[in-house]
Design a protein. Structure first.
Length: 217
């Protein structure tokens, strides 16, 4: 029996949009730490594992490189991005504090009521992974609700790295994060832009405080 038959659930079935499908598969593997940070990525091995040629693998890796999830080193091929250092985490949250409170204010003014109703505080999350997915979706929906594509696109890239960093430590779900989400949702439901901005700022500040101690200066 060939190696491909040992992993049938990994096979990519549809030929159309093949590079995009490979991209989604690899992105999920990186975010779930199936491909851990700072790990060499073999094009040949992936082609055999997924049952595709090297061309869509290389195209997908180029897309991941554009998002900062992999890097290509001369004579060494591709590798997943290393885990963030303290300075990188500081810079990321500085940017978030500049953008996300403003996005929350705009969302309170422009977000469709049915979209607000879809926001999940994460109170029912049963695990760290479940809450991480809910948190990512929570911030994504609010960024999109601000109706500024540049904000939504920029933040989606950043949250990928936050998710990976958080997953490296498997920290316990903080009940206060759920409470913070709830405060943002309440402000959005009330169409109170100032309150939404304030609640989002507090949430990001507290999120940073919960993560920064994992990195030494």
């Amino acid at each position: 029996m060939s190696a491909l038959n040992d992993i049938p659930d990994r096979q990519i079935a549809r030929p159309s949009g093949l590079a995009e499908e490979v991209y989604r598969r690899l992105r999920a593997d990186i975010m779930s730490l199936r491909l851990p940070p700072d790990t060499r990525v073999s094009v040949d091995s992936l082609a055999r594992e997924l049952g595709v040629s090297q061309t869509p693998i290389r195209e997908a890796l180029s897309m991941l490189e554009a998002n900062g999830l992999v890097s290509k080193k001369h004579f060494a091929g591709y590798a997943t991005a290393p885990r963030m250092e303290r300075a990188q985490l500081d810079a990321l949250f500085e940017f978030r504090l500049l953008i996300e409170p403003h996005a929350a204010r705009k969302a309170a003014e422009a977000m469709v009521g049915s979209d607000i109703a879809l926001l999940d505080s994460g109170a029912a999350a049963s695990s760290h992974d479940a809450f991480a997915d809910i948190d990512t979706d929570f911030h994504k929906r609010i960024a999109e609700g601000a109706q500024n594509p540049l904000i939504a696109d920029s933040l989606s890239r950043l949250h990928i790295h936050v998710h990976i960093f958080r997953s490296c430590f498997r920290s316990e779900i903080a009940a206060e994060a759920v409470h913070e989400h709830g405060a943002v949702i309440a402000a959005l439901q009330a169409r109170n832009g100032a309150a939404a901005e304030k609640a989002m700022r507090r949430h990001i500040e507290r999120s940073y405080a919960r993560l920064r101690d994992f990195i030494k200066d």
